[in-house]
Design a protein around this ligand. Structure first.
Ligand SMILES: Cc1cc2nc3c(=O)[nH]c(=O)nc-3n(C[C@H](O)[C@H](O)[C@H](O)COP(=O)(O)O)c2cc1C
Length: 365
């Protein structure tokens, strides 16, 4: 039996434990880039085996909500350097999550230009955007513009550019955000992606753009420093069930298996209202992929250990508890109590409050 608190070799990097901090958007980047507080926030959590950052916009077009940091201008790339340096100074390892929301955006984010997706079908979902009075609020997502086939190479290049930028900013690797109903999942979803060209319809065609993106990112960052996150059977952002859903995800895992990536990250969407990812399906995905698998969704120390023991994964990603416990790993190692999180504090906010002001356990007693 492998202890969840024992080291693990993940592609090119050695983790001090098999617990990763799951990617979590905090919507605090008023200037669309990280600041010194962001650096402090991640450095405080550097004892995680691996930190996966909040979703980072790969381009202006990729943005889907307000106050999301990007990595597409020199200024933003420079700003990320203080974050990676702060984490490395504490001995941590940090991957950048590369994010394009696809259709799940709003005209307000892109000078009135609509978001883009595999089709022009609007999601029955909302996103944070500025209303006509400049107030940030939850608004229905805008009707997207269908991407033309001749735009795909440019999109792939945006991802490659972001991966190069992440490595230049000092990240140890990148995670491609292929979950939660954003661009990549929109192409994979057979109910939504009904395109009649080579980017839609059959499983092979629906995987074409995602695989091209993965190959370009892996070429830029190194395959052993590239992971991808997916959420099979996820329903977030109006993703509907489709006929060959299990077959599609298994084919995707199989297609990834030859690419020798650092990891495949399975995100269980039960906390977002989907069915729980079954143990059997996770095991099947792990078998099809044949490499390191991360799993996320409602895990703690014991349930995470059980996920490893039942062959679902090699590394467990934990999200919300890391918000309120910067020293989550030390708490697990010492059997100390875990501080509860408060969902009202997850997104937005000013200054240190509910961001960098959570005490470590010894400080709190
Ligand atoms: C505040 C918040 C922000 C999140 N942002 C992201 C994100 O940027 N990218 C992503 O892939 N998942 C995101 N997630 C999902 C988490 O990575 C994780 O899968 C989810 O919280 C379930 O894991 P947990 O039960 O350990 O928190 C977010 C979740 C929360 C609570």
């Amino acid at each position: 039996m492998q202890s969840i608190l024992s080291p693990y070799q993940l592609g090119a990097v050695t983790l001090t434990s098999r617990i990763a901090m799951a990617p979590m958007t905090r919507a605090r980047a008023k200037d669309l880039k990280p600041d010194t507080l962001t650096a402090t926030y991640y450095a405080q959590r550097a004892s995680a085996g691996l930190i996966i950052t909040e979703g980072i916009a790969i381009s202006r077009q990729a943005r889907g909500a307000i106050y999301i940091p990007g990595i597409y201008t020199p200024d933003q790339i420079d700003a990320w350097k203080q974050v990676t340096a702060a984490v490395h100074a504490k001995g941590g390892i940090i991957f950048a999550q590369l994010w394009h929301v696809g259709r799940a955006g709003h005209v307000a984010h892109n000078d009135g230009q609509p978001p883009v997706g595999p089709t022009n079908e609007r999601a029955n979902a909302k996103t944070f955007a500025f209303d006509a009075n400049g107030n940030g609020t939850l608004l229905p997502q805008s009707t997207p513009r269908q991407l033309r086939a001749d735009e795909m190479d440019g999109l792939v290049e945006d991802y490659a550019q972001a991966a190069r930028a992440a490595m230049a900013a000092g990240f140890d690797g990148v995670e491609i955000h292929g979950a939660n109903g954003y661009l990549i999942e929109q192409f994979i979803n057979g109910a939504l992606n009904t395109r009649s060209d080579s980017y839609g319809g059959s499983i092979e065609n629906r995987m074409r753009l995602p695989l091209a993106i993965i190959d370009a990112v892996a070429a830029a960052a190194g395959p052993d420093r590239t992971g991808i996150r997916v959420a099979p059977f996820g329903r977030f952002n109006d993703m509907h069930a489709f006929a060959d859903e299990a077959q599609t995800w298994l084919a995707f895992a199989q297609a990834l298996s030859t690419r020798k990536l650092a990891y495949l990250h399975l995100s269980d969407q039960e906390s977002l209202g989907a069915d729980k990812l079954s143990v059997d399906f996770a095991v099947e995905m792990r078998r099809a992929f044949g490499g390191t698998v991360l799993i996320a969704g409602g895990f703690g120390l014991e349930s995470g250990q059980a996920a490893i023991d039942t062959g679902r994964c090699d590394v467990v990603a934990i999200g919300r508890p890391f918000i309120s416990n910067p020293d989550l790993i030390e708490r697990y190692r010492n059997g100390w109590p875990i501080a509860p999180f408060d969902p009202r504090t997850f997104y937005g906010g000013e200054g240190a409050a509910f961001y960098t002001d959570y005490p470590t356990y010894p400080e709190s007693i």
